[in-house]
Design a protein around this ligand. Sequence first.
Ligand code: VG1
Ligand code: CO
Length: 544
Amino acid sequence: MTIQTVASRPFLDQKPGTSGLRKQVSVFKQPHYLENFVQSIFDSIGPLSGQTLVLGGDGRYFNRQAIQIILKMAAANGVGRIKVGKSGILSTPAVSCVIRKYNALGGIVLSASHNPGGPNGDFGIKYNISNGGPAPEKITDAIFARTQVIDRYSILSALDVDLDRLGETQLGGMTVEVIDAVADYQALMESLFDFDRIHTLLASGSFRMCMDSMHAVTGPYAHGIFETRLGAGLGTVQNGQPLEDFGGGHPDPNLVYAHDLVERMFGIDPLDFGAASDGDGDRNMILGSRFFVTPSDSLAVLAANATLAPGYKDGIAGIARSMPTSEAPDRVAAKLGIDCYETPTGWKFFGNLMDAGKVTLCGEESFGTGSNHIREKDGLWAVLFWLNILAVKQQSVEQIMRAHWQTYGRNYYSRHDYEGVESDRANTLITQLRGATSSLKGKKFGSREVAYSDDFSYTDPIDGSVSTKQGVRIGFTDGARIVYRLSGTGTQGATLRLYVESYEADVAKHAQDPQDALGDLIAIADEVAKIHALTQMEKPTVIT
Ligand code: VG1
Ligand code: CO
């Protein structure tokens, strides 16, 4: 086995987005493309000698090949040990868990999350640091800078490693340890939630649930935890076999893409509880019988009921939510007398707050919820948390949600995505909006008056780093908000995200359809940004 040094030239488009580098498979398959990025990671994270790294992916097309390349490059770069998930599978939360449990230097996750997979789909790679969380901008900026000048990479000439057999093998001077993908993660979940109580609920026969893994990474985790350990019975998990192309689907757990689940939960004879997770297992959607829980409300409910789960029985230190997420969690924090932090979009902004002990629960409107048990959002964790609450309260999802609104009021909320917008048009829209924000204050739209308008900027309270241009927001005097931003995870054209929120204290008005309750705000959002004229799209592609 010899170490080869391969001459290479920079690819100029390797700038990580909201969550790592995501490109079409055809881009990743160009000679040296993956290798350049991996070498840039290795060159940016300090001495590797004797260090442990964690490696795994969501099982999408190109996962196995990429893992073999990365193993050989890690060996050539002096890494001491790599823990890799069996068959190359590890969910994003499992990688975070394993990094923390074994004090690894960091980990590499191969995933484009909710983006479609297969030869014509997307692939992605992200680096997580020793706290188990996504690399902060300081590190992703360093990796990007390295990609711009890289002229060689190192790789071991060796046979492929057998990824389907548990145990250790040597690759040059490096030990490759193929680990059970589920065991460490399941043990962590068991330490947080009342598995006995959830078992009693699920095995009772009177409570029926469905977990839709959308042919993505959580399949093995969900089979093991819900069916085998918690007695929910075979068939509880649907689409539980990870497939390289996710069965042709879009592994995004929302009302549009998780249609198999939606049919069961909103059809005749609906189940009591339904949940879905995304490509890499860090997102979740929670449904009750003919009832949808918005992710923002889900975070608020978990915070309000946290002490019902053993892992949080002493209460929570604080909450953090991304800026476009609704203010429902803020109301719970206020009542609990704890802080609620507002960060830019992307889980990397929560890491410092959790490390400093300032927050316990975090969430994003995009179906991401999690806590300081790891440093990533965690889909199955959220599902288990809900089950723990349901098992204790013995109420339906809808009853819990309605009681919550009764106490705190309801934050009507919706996100409209305009996917596949031509990049120039999307950039024009945002640039014009930025220009308009300064003159909006005091302006009246129907009964609403603008209280403030700006492009969100965040100063990290722990390390002082500043992140600018994180989304244009318009706040009204009655607390309603409109937010616009461009997606940082897409691979083709641009995606405009419009977020609208309006607070309603009156219980008698809590049964409206959010699209109706938010109708005037949606119209104002278009009037201000000229969405339809500029995108040339009649309506959003996805509404959640
Ligand atoms: C989206 C979501 C964001 C999330 C990110 C990564 O980003 O809006 O909340 O953190 O995806 O999640 P963007 O830039 O497209 O809006 V995942 O599950 O795709 O790793
Ligand atoms: Co994801």
